[in-house]
Design a protein around this ligand. Structure first.
Ligand code: ADP
Length: 965
């Protein structure tokens, strides 16, 4: 110690006397001791307590003052002085090689440098052993430890840590003068002590504290000061701003004078510690790693990064602790605690605590910053993408969309005045603008899923719809086509329309034009009429709220005939893609654009649709279902819905296959499934009543689905309805005890529905076998008919009324229409001709008064397709020969006996199967229609295609004879 101090002492200039101060000693010192700190300006004068480490630029500037001997790379590393230093400061061993660069990171580098430079010169006198016992602080010039009496300067906000500088403002002129005086005396040191909290005042605002500092004097001030403080070098004084550089810890022992407050101090030394102690090492590593984390994440400490990276290798444990405590945002009490701690390990731990806290804060800061950034950048991104989209659209020339151009125009006009528009008005405007269009979805896979979800079978119909969607995808729009779904009632025309809307992501609106006679319903009334209303389309657009809904026009074949105007023509204007961009509603008296609306029409009979309308339509016909399909529909769709509607759980009911089959065969024979649906609902309602009577009431009633068809079904509506149905079964999983109790009863509760008890639920069978003859007698032949309700079999009966020469004539009954009456006449002629060819001597037709009847006389019938059946019936009577067993036929006949094609092949085939027909005769021209039928419809049928009646004759009579032979 002694040797070290001796050679340092030799570096000191002679103790300054008041006279030497004035005789030019000062200028000589300035280069060395008076640091170039003036380059530093506190960032804001309002924060005098700001701490800042001297940045590397200052350090490197100081570096230039170094003598060549200790410049980086110089061989000074080996000097006993540096050896001593590395020892003393507990340097990281690695850092000894950096000895040449050793720049104390606080402001007194220059003086150190000078000292070190001279130390080099005095190398020979130094004594390494003595050096070991020196203080951990690198000695500065003049020796700080000589300062045993110092001016006590109060600092308000944070203690000054060794190695850091702090600007303070001294208002008291006496203190300022004393400071200047001590600088002049080459002993530019003072003590910086943190002010304790004012016990009397609760205000802790910075201005109050500031005021307090300046008012406190002498003993009062001493009382308010923490005992432990820092020896600070007065690095510069500019006006009332004094920059202090912390050196070493002090403790006040007694007061020397009151004004300015001068105190006697003890220099505090860190308690000795073992540098190789694992715990201290580990703690310091943890401090370093936390420090690194904080420096990395917190932008506030970015300034310290450079200093840290430059000096970390040089940090001793005590200095590391000071560094950490000084830069972190701990409050003054915590910081003072660190300052007062002389046990290095404890100090490190305290710092570590503060650092960890700091890291948490910076993490929170980061998440807050991120969240806000995301919010801002999300909005910016949307704006940017929108702008890009606009540019791309413009570039591609697809910016032809009137609606989006229109909404753009609106937006442009609204944007500059946005602040002036009241918030609620703005909300409405924005809602209206976004309403203008729903984006369409042309995803074929998704559409297929939706169609399959909603409907069983109908594969050809679905295929047609998917084709339509695919075209929409390629063209980018599905406008310009009107789909017409035709078929008997209950085959799912309306519900397919709804599925298409869901698949295309359009809103759904349905209105029926059945019996509509008033054009005003479509075009709107003129406002001069009392009770005038806008037309259906305006009402539709208003209720759906988008410009591109799917509008289902139901029963278009039942359009009425008006006394004032023709509704069909009005519909034409509505539907025609060429005209409906400017559809004029009389009530509004402005044109509205309907070109985005997708129209789907439904009809039972295509023939009844006015031709100009039909022309513009894409007809998709749905023929009806065979038993097998109905079973599937009932099982997979109707039952589930009915069960959900009635709040019955699947495990409470079992409807057997036989019961279902019987229900379909004996109660619901029509082509569609609406009646079947009604019957199933009836069954489930009865079961519900039964269950309730038995006292089975669920804890939480199942969510009832509104069976009523809503006029407008949005996509969401449909989904939520389905959810209810789907969620039905697993719903009551939560109620364990109740569940158990119910389980016991379950065996009793389960309602079984079989063929035997079906009648208890739906009453006696409505249909009996369609076959009234088994086998058909002479003069009776089974024909196949097609009605708007689907296909059916019908018998043609002929019998002889009386016989006599020249009595030959034909009577017809059975509510036949003109066409059918005519075809009976034709049949009579053709049969007579054939008879003449086959049996020239047979005078049956010439001499018999015949009566032809088509049973179910209450049902009106018409159409030419029973021609061949009538001939066969007449011939059978003439030849007194019954036709082949299980044979049915259909076909229009000309006078020469040619067979012309008929309609409704699928319906007729289905009807034939229902009546257990084995052989069917169709016109040759219908072969294609039959071939297109699904395999399960054609299965097990012998079908003959004929173009001339003679072939039917062979099939009906001759082959039969052969078989009999
Ligand atoms: P339409 O409009 O042809 O008279 P709807 O569309 O009203 O008939 O259909 C009647 C009922 O039958 C609806 O509840 C519908 O869901 C159901 N339905 C019809 N066809 C099917 C099918 N293929 N799969 C499932 N349900 C069907």
């Amino acid at each position: 110690m002694k040797g070290f101090e001796t050679h340092l002492l030799r570096l000191q200039p002679p103790s300054p006397s008041p006279s030497s101060l004035s005789n030019g000693f000062l200028p000589q010192r300035e280069g060395v001791n008076n640091l170039k700190v003036p380059t530093f300006r506190p960032r804001s004068p309002s924060s005098p307590s700001m701490l800042k480490l001297f940045s590397s630029s200052t350090a490197s500037r100081a570096h230039h003052h170094l003598s060549p001997a200790i410049r980086p790379g110089a061989s000074s590393v080996d000097s006993p002085f540096f050896k001593a230093l590395s020892h003393l400061t507990g340097l990281n061993r690695r850092s000894t090689s950096l000895g040449g660069r050793r720049v104390f990171f606080c402001s007194d580098n220059a003086s150190d440098a000078a000292a070190e430079a001279e130390a080099k010169a005095a190398e020979s006198d130094s004594d390494g052993a003595d050096a070991k016992s020196s203080s951990a602080i690198v000695p500065t010039n003049p020796r700080p430890e000589d300062c045993l009496t110092v001016l006590a300067l109060p600092v308000a906000h944070r203690p000054l840590f060794p190695g850091f500088y702090m600007p303070i403002y001294v208002k008291d002129p006496k203190v300022l003068a004393a400071l200047q005086e001590s600088r002049r005396r080459q002993a530019p040191y003072a003590g910086a002590f943190l002010l304790k909290d004012d016990p009397s005042a609760d205000s802790s605002s910075s201005t109050d504290v500031e005021k307090n500092i300046n008012e406190l004097k002498g003993k009062d001030l001493l009382k308010r000061l923490h005992e432990v403080g820092t020896l600070a070098q007065i690095s510069s004084i500019q006006g009332d701003q004094v920059i202090l550089v912390g050196h070493r810890r002090l403790r006040i022992t007694e007061m020397v004078s009151e004004e300015p407050l001068t105190v006697k101090v003890d220099h505090l030394k860190d308690k000795p510690f073992d540098m190789d102690d694992d715990v201290i090492k580990a703690t310091s590593f943890e401090v370093i790693s936390t420090l690194r984390d904080v420096l990395k994440t917190s932008s506030l400490w970015r300034d310290h990064v450079q200093t840290y990276t430059q000096h970390i290798g040089e940090f001793t444990y005590p200095r590391l602790a000071d560094f950490g405590a000084a830069i972190c945002g701990a409050n003054r009490h915590q910081a003072q605690e660190v300052l007062e701690e002389l046990d290095v390990h404890k100090r490190l731990r305290l710092t570590l605590e503060l650092m960890k806290k700091e890291r948490e804060i910076s993490k929170i800061q980061e998440t807050i910053a991120k969240a806000i950034e995301e919010k801002i950048s999300g909005e910016q991104r949307r704006y940017l993408l929108n702008e890009q989209l606009k540019a791309i659209k413009k570039e591609l020339g697809v910016e032809t969309d009137d609606k989006s151009a229109l909404s753009e125009k609106f937006k442009e006009r609204i944007d500059p005045n946005k602040e002036k528009i009241p918030a609620h008005v703005l909300q409405v405007i924005e809602e209206e603008l976004t309403k203008l269009q729903l984006d369409e979805n042309f995803d074929v896979v998704r559409a297929q899923q939706i169609l399959d979800e909603d409907h069983y079978g109908l594969s050809d119909v679905k295929e047609r719809i998917l084709e339509f969607i695919a075209v929409g995808r390629l063209r980018g729009t599905s406008q310009g086509k009107i789909i017409c779904l035709s078929g008997p009632p209950g085959v799912g025309k309306t519900s397919i329309g709804r599925s298409i809307a869901r698949a295309l992501n359009r809103k759904f609106f349905r209105f029926s034009v059945g019996g509509l006679a008033d054009v005003a319903e479509i075009k709107g009334h003129r406002r001069t009429y009392v009770g005038a209303m806008p037309g259906k389309m305006v009402q539709c657009l208003k209720s759906v709220g988008t410009a591109n809904p799917l509008v289902l026009i139901d029963e278009i074949d039942k359009l009425g005939r008006g006394h004032a105007g023709d509704p069909a023509s009005a519909l034409l204007e509505l539907l025609d893609p060429e005209q409906n961009a400017n559809f004029l509603d009389h009530y509004l008296d402005v044109t509205i654009d309907l070109s985005k609306v997708l129209f789907v029409c439904t009809a039972n009979v295509i023939d009844m649709i006015p031709n100009p309308l039909l022309d513009r339509m894409e007809v998709i016909s749905i023929a009806g279902y065979i038993t097998d399909e109905k079973v599937h529909i009932a099982r997979d769709y109707l039952e589930k819905t009915a069960r959900g509607d009635c709040g019955i759980k699947p495990e409470q009911v079992e409807v057997s296959d036989a019961a279902l089959l019987s229900l379909i065969e004996n109660y619901c024979r029509e082509a569609g499934v609406r009646n079947l649906q009604k019957q199933i609902e009836k069954i489930y309602r009865k079961i519900a009543l039964k269950l309730v009577r038995e006292g089975v009431v669920p804890e939480e009633p199942a969510v009832a689905v509104d069976a009523e068809e809503a006029e407008i079904v949005t996509k969401l509506d449909v989904e939520s309805t389905e959810n209810h149905v789907v969620e039905e079964s697993p719903a009551p999983a939560a109620k364990e005890p109740k569940e158990e109790a119910q389980n016991e009863k379950k065996a009793v509760e389960k309602v079984m529905i079989d063929e035997s008890n079906l009648a208890d639920y739906v009453g006696k069978p409505v249909f009996h076998a369609e076959k009234i003859y088994e086998p058909t007698p002479v003069g009776v032949v089974m024909g196949l008919a097609w009605t708007s309700m689907g296909g059916s079999t019908l018998y043609i009966e002929t019998t002889v009324v009386e016989e006599g020469e020249g009595k030959g004539c034909l009577n017809v009954t059975g509510q036949l229409g003109d066409v059918m009456k005519e075809s009976a006449q034709i049949a009579h002629t053709v049969a007579r001709k054939i008879m003449l060819e086959k049996e020239p001597e047979n005078q049956f037709f010439a001499n018999s008064k015949l009566h032809l009847h088509v049973p179910a006389g209450a049902t009106p019938k018409d159409g030419p397709s029973a021609g061949c059946t009538m001939i066969t019936s007449l011939l059978s009577l003439a030849m007194k020969k019954p036709v082949q067993k299980d044979l049915a036929m259909t076909g229009e006949v000309t006078l020469t006996g040619r067979i012309l094609p008929i309609g409704g092949v699928k319906e007729k085939t289905i009807a034939a199967r229902r009546s257990q027909v084995k052989t069917i005769i169709f016109p040759e021209a219908n072969r294609r229609d039959f071939d297109e039928l699904a395999e399960n419809v054609k299965e097990g049928l012998a079908v003959h295609f004929v173009d001339d009646y003679k072939k039917i004759f062979d099939l009906a009579f001759v082959s039969d004879n052969k078989q009999q032979d």
